[in-house]
Design a binder for this molecule. Structure first.
Ligand code: ARG
Length: 457
């Protein structure tokens, strides 16, 4: 029999029961539910809304229930419908009438909202730790590779030589923005909805500020209808997860390319690669591929949640019970992806010689050759054309800019002198980048130092 039996004359349909139940997944929030209920009971006692002794009984019993769940002594069933009713049922079975007083001045609508926000706050902290581990790992590898040169790409075509550290620090910046994005999301998750009742507030002399303090929220939700009916904080969390998963996925894609035998720039540790069931020679980067693939799941979670919310009139609607699984799934998926990725990256070896060798072809010094002519007074557009013709000549004659004789160079422009050779070496191309944030040794060193200072590494 349901808690709302008073209004009903029939037993519920068992299929409907099952369809309606969220206990299968929302039991993950048992700790948050009990924490919220303890604060609520304390507030009810303090305000004289329920007898002080009932409040104490409830809190003591909830602590025992918490310990029993932790010890795996309690199993919920579909009959409980959701975690809120499941715990209330156990409470009432244990302490009788006092337990029945817990739901005074509260609705499941504000209860679920507070549980969910508490859960998400913990999830954000947890993801933040994973991100910090990843950032530390990237930083370390960058620090060790300040002298490793490699081709930088655009359109996956060799573009200009860069330092591996510069490439890695690009990801460092992306993931540190992710970290700060989750931090922003935390600030908006940190609103306390409890005490708003079903939608309109309650008739009791409640103290929502007290609840806020007890539960460690930054502020109370200022409007009861907003408090119980919006899930923008969950959508924002899923957006943060999606963006972060996208960054991870791009990094994976690069490692997959770099790991392919034709590149051979990196080798993943055996522990993070798999073999083929038929081809004995294979060593496949499955972990990176899976992380890339799981990004689709996380995007799916975001889309699901956006779609659930898009047509809902205020205030609570049962559709909103669909909010939890996407958040749980995205959280689990991102956490697992980031954890495995961090370990995989930490154990990946970089073939520095092969990376450096790859900078020798592909005309990556063409821009620098043009800049050389600019330094001698020619307008850049003219230089671009001259070097373009020169590259075509090199392609046709299977040679490189730096391998042309001064005589050959002069055929393209009389301005060329012998000093051009030192300007178009890989070293000069990297060293010559003067702008702030560039790939030059000096700039990369400064970036690393700034990070070290900011993060206290
Ligand atoms: N299990 C419900 C949910 O997750 C709890 C809130 C139910 N409220 C209601 N009025 N049916 O959203």
């Amino acid at each position: 029999m349901k808690l709302w039996k008073g209004r009903f004359t029939k037993e519920e349909n068992s299929l409907a029961n099952e369809f309606n139940a969220s206990i299968g997944f929302d039991q993950r929030m048992w700790k948050q539910d009990i924490t919220g209920s303890m604060a609520h009971a304390k507030m009810l006692g303090k305000q004289g809304i329920i007898p002080a002794e009932d409040s104490e009984k409830i809190i003591a019993a909830l602590a025992e229930i918490m310990a029993d769940i932790e010890a795996g002594k309690i199993e919920f069933s579909v009959e409980d419908e959701d975690i809120h009713m499941g715990i209330e049922k156990i409470l009432t079975a244990r302490i009788g009438d006092a337990g029945k007083r817990l739901h005074t001045a509260r609705s499941r609508n504000d209860q679920v909202a507070v549980d969910f926000r508490l859960y998400q706050k913990d999830a954000i902290t947890d993801i933040g730790e994973c991100l910090n581990n990843l950032l530390t790992t990237i930083y370390k590898i960058a620090e060790e590779n300040q002298d490793t040169v490699m081709p930088g790409f655009t359109h996956l075509q060799k573009a200009q030589p860069v330092l591996l550290a510069q490439h890695l620090l690009a990801y460092y910046n992306m993931f540190s923005r992710d970290l700060s994005r989750f931090g922003d999301c935390l600030a908006r998750t940190d609103w306390m909805p409890l005490g708003c009742g079903a939608l309109a507030g309650t008739t009791y002399n409640t103290d929502r500020q007290f609840l806020k303090e007890e539960l460690g929220f930054a502020q109370v939700c200022p409007n009861s209808m907003d408090a119980v009916s919006d899930r923008d904080f969950a959508i924002e969390f899923l957006s943060c997860c999606s963006i972060c998963a996208m960054h991870l996925s791009r990094f994976c894609e690069e490692l997959i390319i770099w790991n392919s035998p034709d590149f051979g720039w990196v080798e993943m540790d055996d522990a993070f690669a798999t073999g083929s069931s038929i081809m004995p020679q294979k060593k496949n980067p499955d972990m990176a591929e899976l992380v890339r693939g799981k990004t689709g799941r996380v995007y799916g979670d975001l889309m699901a949640m956006l779609t659930v919310m898009k047509g809902l009139p205020l205030a609570y609607n049962k559709d909103m019970q669909e909010d939890k699984e996407p958040v749980f799934d995205a959280y689990d998926t991102l956490k697992a992806s980031m954890t495995i990725f961090t370990e995989m990256l930490a154990t990946t070896t970089f073939n520095k010689e092969k990376m450096a060798l790859s900078t020798k072809n592909g005309f990556m010094n063409a821009t620098d050759a043009a800049d050389y002519l600019v330094s001698k007074g020619l307008p850049f557009r003219e230089c671009h054309e001259i070097i373009g013709k020169m590259v075509l000549y090199c392609i046709q004659n299977q040679t490189a800019i730096e391998d042309l004789s001064l005589e050959e160079l002069k055929q393209f422009s009389e301005i060329f002198e012998a000093d051009v050779y030192e300007k178009v070496s890989v070293k000069a191309c990297i060293e010559g980048k003067k702008s702030e944030g560039s790939t030059s040794w000096e700039s990369v060193k400064k970036q690393l130092e700034d990070i070290k200072k900011a993060k206290n590494y």
